[in-house]
Each structure stands twice: as structure tokens, then as C-alpha cells.
Design a protein around this ligand. Structure first.
Ligand SMILES: [Zn+2]
Length: 690
């Protein structure tokens, strides 16, 4: 999984699970399911194959709040009983025998299966699949899942494995999508997406079909969103040295997703925020997440951690291989820059005394992801690429479709090299502190990083003394070195910084110009013409920042700037459009006849028919402009019970603040009966308390 914020590692409750693992091996789960969007329920049949490792009179499947509907009578004296988080399979089970059982069930999941707009999607990691599909929470029992879904004919199904058949029902309103997996996996990797999608299929060099999904209205964004997908796939197969181990690969963006992406086997789900056009690609693209989730198909899906102690074997590896893929695409300087950024964050954590061991199951995502990547980078430099690749290959080969611990990886490393790695183990696996000297020594091998460090050490110097060096850095044309030089101009005397800003604005490099847009405080008359050109730059970050700066600096030209940018929407969260509306609303005398439409549009963006990224921005602008009305407050109440906790928490904070106003509070009280049960419960328990 690639998360934007804290990862809570799920600890396995080893006591009870270890017992069941010793008793039974679940082999196959076939499910035929119908999901009702109206009732938000799942129902259908489950056929389960398992082999006994010991004699026993009961085994269980994890199944949270599910009811058994029926049991086929033919199953020789077996019974199925439901309790609050399990289905118990009861019978006289004999060691070494294989059993098969069929029963139907019904569930109304409170989490894991989400209904968002006209999409339905799941998020199974840590151990949540059992909220909608009876399965095994313990990652150590790998199962072959073959799933079928009965679906309205206008929807597409994305799930694990290869589509075996599509059967249209007699009345043509429903279709059965029948999928097959060839190999077993841990239950948290089961996934389902239902929605209205278009699809483009490409093929890897090795012949694996790669299906790229997108909403029909986003057809022009499909190319930039999925840019470099085949390069990433071919690169990872070659670099890892073991062929992609699954039948096919699919990627699908969904609305209101909880994380950046999730590596469900053969069916990666990612956040719609990464759906971009060619301009958006320059600022915010899917390349890193694309590579990260694909890398998990070896590191995590093929070989899976035995417990949270070894979580870095998944996240550290996926992060490192994603960095390598980016190096292949964007070049070596980019690779070193990304490693430098993570080293700075790790150093800060470590300097605060909060450094974490990679083997701490409660470590933060920064440790699992980035310290894990650093550990692998340093290891590969220490033992050499050849030995590193050999170790990776034999580690995957030996443990494929099984579970692994850190020791399993280390023993392959030790047998692939004569170099002693015990100090590395101490420094990078055991130590809580970040080994910054080792990291910076590695970084300074790069000529680019060396040049960058020379410029960044000028930060505290007088502008008059470093002017020539900064000018050279801007002329150098490197993204990061040029940006660093521009950032050092902020707050300096404009008479001295002017020339340099002018050079930066004349630069061929989009990112150097962008640095001016986002860091220059107040645009001067002299720079105005060059700064105005930024409104046409191929970057939504630049356009948003430049529009605001120009609007702020030149009140007489506001109408002209607004007219010029009226048709720009920006990223998926409509960043430019929403800023535009806010500015158009508060600009005196601008389009008086349309003002109320502008307010209306901004208010509409807070509604549940938009993604949480759009809604969040709209709530913020409306709060700033004090343009909340009852409809917006209703949308805020709705947002305060949203499944995305970051969005939900933001909405709750805003609602709490607003309701300090007694009038708002009274009006919420008056409308209480019109809210949903969830919303009402939240209002009563947190907002309307006396
Ligand atoms: Zn991940």
C-alpha cells in the first residue's frame, strides 16, 4: 500500500491464529456474489476447499457480522454456524483429508466495502476483507480466490485474476462476471471495483496483458495518467529478474480512495487524484505510485510478511524499486533528489530522538517506506549490484507464494556475497537512529548532489555576496539546483533580487519558473510582463500561484487576469477553478451579473456528488469568504461522517467551529430530523451538546 499519511500496522494476534494455521490449510474460495447498491449488502454463495493438517471438530473462516442463509444438505454431516466475527465449519475432520463445503451468506459491511458516487470499491489491508467476504485474516494462510459477480449491465467489474466468462442474464439487465486466479494469496489482497469505466489494454514485453481503466469522460487523460506504465512494467521485470508472477495486471482509479494506491493482486486500486491531463502530469503524476504498487506484486503479494515485524520487506522494497523505476524514467539526478528528500525527513525524525528500528512493528510509514528503501540502497552499494540482484532473485524464487521473515531475506544475501553484512544489519535494521553520514556519503557520489549542496550551503549568506553563484545556478538549468537558487531570493531586497528573478522567469525550465511563482512575495512593475506569462505555463501549480500573486499585486488588472484564466480547471480537485471563483466573487465590480452564479458554483462543489478533494477545497474557500449557508452546512454535516478519515476530521473541526455560533447551532437543531442516522448521531453526541 502506498499511503499519504500514517500507516497503522496491523499486528496479528498470533496466539489464536497460529493454532488454526497448524490445524487446517484453506485452499480455495469460490464466491458468487451480488452487491446491492440500494441496501449496501453483499449476498451469495461460497464454496470453500480446505485440507486438514490435524484431526479437529471445527475450523473457522473470519466473517464479521455475517449471517448464514443456507447450507447445502449434501455435505456429509458438516454444519456452518455464524458468530459475531466467524463462520464455524463443524464436522468430524480428519488429518490429511480434503473437504469442500458450500453455503450462502449475507453481509452488510460497516467498512472495507465503500459506496462512493456510482462506484463501489474495497480496501482490504490490514485484515478487513472478512467484512464483506468470508476469508482468513491471517496473512500466513494463502488461498486461491475465484470470484464471480452478478452486476447491472452498465457496470464493469475489476477484481483479482483473469476474466473467464461473461454471461448475460435472460432479461439482459444483469451480467455475471466470472474470474479465475491461478495462484494463492493472502486475503487482504482481495479486491473489487464496480463502476462505469472505459478500458485500454496494453501488453508487457513478456506478454502480460495490462488493463488500464478510466472514467469515460476522462478518455483524454488516460494517456498522461498512465504514461510510462509499460516502461515501468518491463523495467521491474528485468530489474527484479523474476517474471511477473500473476496472470494479468489491472489498474483502476476510484473516487474518495483512502490512500494513494493499494496493490491488490492483479487489480491495483488508486486515488482518482492521480488522474491528470498533460499539464497536470508535470506537477503531480502517477508514476511513483504506479511503480510502487506493481513492485508489491513481487514484494508483498508473491512473498508476504509473516507479521508486522517484517513489514519493511513489503513497503521498503516497493518504495526502493519504485525509486529505481523513476530513475530509469526521469534520470539519475531525480533519483538522488528523491533519496535526499527522504534522508532529510529521516534525519529530522532521528534528530528529535524519534528514530525507529526497521523491525519495529509499530514504526511509522516513513520508517517502513523510506528508511527501508535507504537500507536496500546502502546494501546494494555495499555488496554490489550483481550480488544484490542474485540475492533478490533467489529470495523470491525460494519463497514464492509463501510467507517470509527478514531472516529469509538475509540468508539469501549472505549466500550471494562474501562481504560481511553484520554491521549493515546493526546500522539499518536494528538501530533506531538514522545513519545520516552513510546516507550523505552515498548522495555525494552524485555530481548533481554535490553541486546542489554547494548552492544550498549559501542559504545563510548575504545576497550581494552570493549573487553570481545563484545566477550560475539558475543558468545551469537543473530543476532542483535552479529552484534552490530562486528560493534563496525570497524576502531579499527587490533591487538586488530583480535581475535574478528576471533570469529565472526567462529560464527554459518550467520548474525554475514555478519556483518564482510560488515563492516571490509581491510582483513588481518591472517583472510584471514576464510574470504574466506564467499564467500560460504548462503547470497548474504555477497558474494557481501566479493568478493569486498577480491579482494581489495589481488591483487595476484583476478583471484581465480573471478573464484570461476563466476556462482553466486544474487538477482533479479543480484547484485553479475554485481559486478563480473565490477571486471573481470578491473582486469589486467584476461581472456583477454573474456573481450569484459564482457563489452557487462554489457552494455546489461541497456536495456529495463531488469527490472529497473538491469538497474540501470548496469548504475552505467558503469558510474564508464567510459564504456558508444552510445547504453548505448540510453538506458539511454529511462530510463529517465520510469514510475518508482525513476529510471527515477536517469537516468535523470546521463544523465544531461554525457551531460556536448559536444561530448555526439552533438551525442544526431545527433541521435535525432531516439528517441520516449516522449524521444525527454525530450531531447529537458532539455538536448539539449543551
Ligand atoms: Zn506499499
Amino acid at each position: 500500500m502506498k499511503q499519504l499519511l500514517l500507516l497503522l500496522v496491523t499486528l496479528s494476534f498470533f496466539g489464536s491464529y497460529a493454532q488454526q494455521l497448524d490445524v487446517v490449510d484453506f485452499r480455495e474460495i469460490r464466491a458468487n456474489l451480488y452487491i446491492s447498491p440500494e441496501n449496501k449488502t453483499v449476498e451469495g454463495g461460497l464454496q470453500v476447499k480446505f485440507q486438514m493438517l490435524k484431526d479437529a471438530d471445527s475450523v473457522y473462516l473470519d466473517a464479521v457480522n455475517m449471517g448464514r442463509v443456507s447450507l447445502d444438505e449434501d455435505y456429509e454431516n458438516m454444519r456452518v454456524e455464524a458468530d459475531k466475527d466467524k463462520f464455524w465449519l463443524i464436522g468430524q475432520f480428519k488429518k490429511a483429508r480434503e473437504y469442500e463445503i458450500f453455503f450462502t451468506y449475507r453481509a452488510k459491511p460497516k467498512q472495507t466495502l465503500y459506496f462512493s458516487g456510482d462506484q463501489i470499491w474495497t480496501q482490504g489491508q490490514g485484515k478487513y476483507t472478512s467484512h464483506w467476504l468470508p476469508s482468513i485474516d491471517d496473512m500466513n494462510d494463502k488461498i486461491e480466490f475465484d470470484l464471480s459477480f452478478l452486476v447491472e449491465s452498465d457496470k464493469r467489474v475489476v477484481t483479482n485474476g483473469a476474466l473467464k466468462s461473461l454471461t448475460v442474464r435472460e432479461d439482459e439487465s444483469l451480467v455475471v462476471w466470472n474470474f479465475n486466479m491461478d495462484q494463492p494469496m493472502s486475503s487482504y489482497l482481495v479486491a473489487l471495483v464496480l463502476g462505469n469505466f472505459s478500458k485500454k489494454t496494453i501488453q508487457s514485453e513478456s506478454g502480460i496483458p495490462i488493463e488500464l481503466y478510466f472514467k469515460p469522460e476522462d478518455s483524454l487523460k488516460a494517456e498522461p495518467t498512465y504514461r510510462y506504465t509499460q516502461e515501468i512494467f518491463d523495467f521491474l521485470e528485468a530489474e527484479i529478474g523474476l517474471p511477473y508472477p500473476w496472470q494479468n495486471y489491472k489498474q483502476v482509479p476510484v473516487r474518495d480512495f483512502l490512500y494513494a494506491g493499494m496493490e491488490n493482486t492483479t487489480a491495483t486500486i488508486f486515488s482518482e487524484a492521480f488522474v491528470v491531463d498533460s499539464i497536470g502530469f508535470n506537477d503531480r503524476n502517477y508514476v511513483n505510485v504506479n511503480a510502487h504498487e506493481l513492485a508489491h506484486h513481487w514484494f508483498g503479494n508473491l512473498v508476504t510478511e509473516t507479521s508486522g515485524t517484517h513489514h519493511w520487506l513489503q513497503e521498503g522494497f516497493a518504495t526502493y524499486y519504485a525509486h529505481l523505476a523513476e530513475k530509469e524514467i526521469f534520470g539519475e539526478d531525480y533519483f538522488y533528489w528523491v533519496m535526499y528528500q527522504s534522508a532529510e525527513q529521516l534525519k529530522e525524525l532521528s534528530d528529535q530522538g524519534k528514530g525507529e528500528s526497521l523491525l519495529d512493528p509499530k514504526a511509522s510509514s516513513l520508517t517502513f517506506y523510506e528508511k527501508g528503501a535507504w537500507a536496500l540502497h546502502v546494501l546494494s552499494e555495499k555488496i554490489g549490484d550483481e550480488a544484490f540482484r542474485k540475492a533478490i532473485r533467489s529470495y523470491l524464487q525460494k519463497h514464492k507464494f509463501k510467507n517470509v521473515s527478514t531472516e529469509d531475506f538475509l540468508s539469501e544475501v549472505r549466500s550471494s556475497t562474501t562481504v560481511d553484512i553484520s554491521e549493515w544489519e546493526q546500522d539499518w535494521l536494528q538501530q533506531t537512529a538514522f545513519k545520516e553520514m552513510q546516507a550523505y556519503n552515498s548522495l555525494s557520489e552524485s555530481e548533481f548532489m554535490d553541486q546542489y549542496f554547494q548552492v544550498s550551503t549559501l542559504r545563510t549568506g548575504q545576497l550581494s555576496e552570493k549573487k553570481d553563484l545563484l545566477e550560475e545556478a539558475i543558468a545551469n538549468g537543473n530543476d532542483f539546483i535552479g529552484q534552490e537558487a530562486v528560493y534563496q531570493l525570497a524576502g531579499e531586497n527587490p533591487f538586488v533580487s530583480h535581475d535574478l528573478y528576471e533570469k529565472a522567469l526567462d529560464s527554459d525550465n518550467l520548474y525554475i519558473r514555478q519556483a518564482v511563482a510560488i515563492s516571490m512575495e509581491g510582483v513588481t512593475e518591472r517583472l510584471k510582463p514576464k510574470f504574466e506569462r506564467l499564467l500560460n505555463d504548462a503547470s497548474y501549480v504555477t497558474i494557481e500561484a501566479a493568478l493569486f500573486s498577480l491579482w494581489n499585486s495589481f488591483p487595476g488588472d484583476r478583471a484581465r487576469y480573471l478573464d484570461q484564466t476563466e476556462s482553466v480547471v486544474g487538477f482533479q480537485d479543480k484547484n485553479v477553478r475554485q481559486l478563480w471563483l473565490a477571486l471573481a466573487i470578491i473582486t469589486p465590480d467584476y461581472r456583477m451579473e454573474n456573481k450569484s452564479e459564482f457563489v452557487q458554483e462554489l457552494r455546489e462543489y461541497t456536495g456529495a456528488s463531488y469527490s472529497f478533494e473538491i469538497r474540501q477545497k470548496a469548504f475552505e474557500y467558503l469558510a474564508e469568504l464567510q459564504l456558508y449557508n444552510d445547504a453548505v452546512i448540510d453538506n458539511l454535516v454529511n462530510a463529517s461522517v465520510h469514510h475518508n478519515w482525513r476529510f471527515r476530521n477536517g469537516a468535523r473541526n470546521m463544523l465544531e467551529q461554525l457551531s460556536e455560533d448559536t444561530e448555526v447551532k439552533m438551525s442544526l437543531k431545527d433541521r435535525l430530523e432531516q439528517y441520516s442516522e449516522n449524521e444525527k448521531q454525530y450531531l447529537i453526541s458532539k455538536i448539539l451538546i449543551e
